[in-house]
Every structure is written in C-alpha cells, then in structure tokens.
Design a protein around this ligand. Structure first.
Ligand SMILES: CC(C)(COP(=O)(O)OP(=O)(O)OC[C@H]1O[C@@H](n2cnc3c(N)ncnc32)[C@H](O)[C@@H]1OP(=O)(O)O)[C@@H](O)C(=O)NCCC(=O)NCCS
Length: 150
C-alpha cells in the first residue's frame, strides 16, 4: 500500500467512486459528470495537495488539502477539502492512516494549523477528527469546523 502525491490537476474521473462516497447530500444530488467538472474547476494547483492511497494498483482512498485562505499562497494555515476511503475498505484504519499522512504532509510544508469541516450529519467524519485530536474551531447550523495545531 502506498500514498502517491499527484502532480498537476488530478484526473477526477478516475476517482469518481471516491467522490461519490464523500459527496454530501447537502451539496445536492448531481450526476457524475457534473461532479467531475466541479472538482476539476475547484482545483488550484498553486494551493492544493492531493494524494491517492493505492493498494494492488487500485486507488482505494484519496485526500486533498489546500493552503487557507486560498488567495494567500504564503499562508501557514490549511484546510482539508476532501478525504475518502472506498466504502468496502472503510473501518480498517485507512481513514486514520491518510488523515495522519495529511497532517504530516502539512507539517513538512510548513503548515502550522489545519482546519477541517464535518457536516453534523456525518458521524464517521466527526469521529475521525475527534480521534485524531482535532478540537472544535467553530460551529455553524449544519457543520463543525475542526482545527489541529501542527
Ligand atoms: C470518514 C472516512 C474517511 C473514515 O475512513 P475509515 O477508513 O472508515 O476510517 P477508520 O477505519 O480509520 O476509522 C473508522 C472507524 O473504524 C474503526 N476501525 C479502525 N480499524 C478497525 C478495524 N481493523 N476493525 C474494526 N474497526 C476498525 C475505528 O475505530 C473507527 O471507529 P469509530 O468511527 O467508532 O471511531 C470514511 O468513512 C469515508 O470515506 N467516508 C465518506 C467520505 C467522507 O464522509 N469524508 C469526510 C468528509 S469531511
């Protein structure tokens, strides 16, 4: 198993199963091609870091974080944008593995604070952040925003 950093804009088509796994109902039920367009449009190569989790030549997870705020490439804060494990590979410690790698990658890149958002409807995401030591940064009507100092 390996974590592979992706240079340039990822081919979001090849990870549509992961995008579907993480797509919140709060973002509406749009079709796959629209999701791929949204993900590609939202990708900023100046600020975003993506890694794929690969097992036996299969992409089974991925994450993306961005420097934050996005208009400041000198920022030493970052925000998670995506984290997903294929549904049939969840609950085996892989979500924790890639989130720990994201935190370490941030540290290597000089990031001092990582923010991350869970919808209140997403217990798996809430549990993951709490178990890795994130604390509550702010709460909105539908979400928790977490932070961890690195
Ligand atoms: C959130 C997500 C990434 C977590 O990934 P995961 O691989 O299931 O995470 P882990 O396996 O590390 O932990 C999940 C649970 O499995 C448990 N677990 C870990 N290894 C285990 C094992 N070998 N056997 C049984 N349970 C195990 C963990 O203790 C944890 O339990 P908890 O939820 O009660 O705390 C995953 O659920 C996912 O992809 N969800 C859809 C996308 C999404 O919502 N992303 C978050 C957006 S903010």
């Amino acid at each position: 198993m390996e974590l592979l950093k992706i240079d340039g804009i990822p081919d979001y088509k090849e990870i549509i199963e992961l995008i579907n796994a993480e797509w919140p109902i709060e973002f509406g039920n749009i079709d796959d091609s629209e999701k791929i367009v949204e993900m590609t449009k939202s990708h900023n190569v100046e600020t975003d870091t993506v890694k794929y989790l690969i097992d036996n030549n299969e992409i089974i997870g991925f994450y993306r974080y961005s420097l934050w705020p996005r208009d400041n490439i000198e920022s030493n804060s970052a925000h998670t944008f995506d984290i997903a494990i294929k549904p049939d590979r969840q609950k085996q410690g892989l979500g924790s593995l890639i989130m720990k790698d994201m935190i370490e990658d941030c540290r290597i890149n000089g990031v001092k604070k990582l923010l991350s958002r869970s919808f209140k409807s997403n217990n798996q995401s809430i549990n993951l952040h709490k178990s890795l030591g994130f604390s509550l940064h702010l709460e909105t009507d539908d979400s928790y925003v977490w932070e961890i100092l690195i």
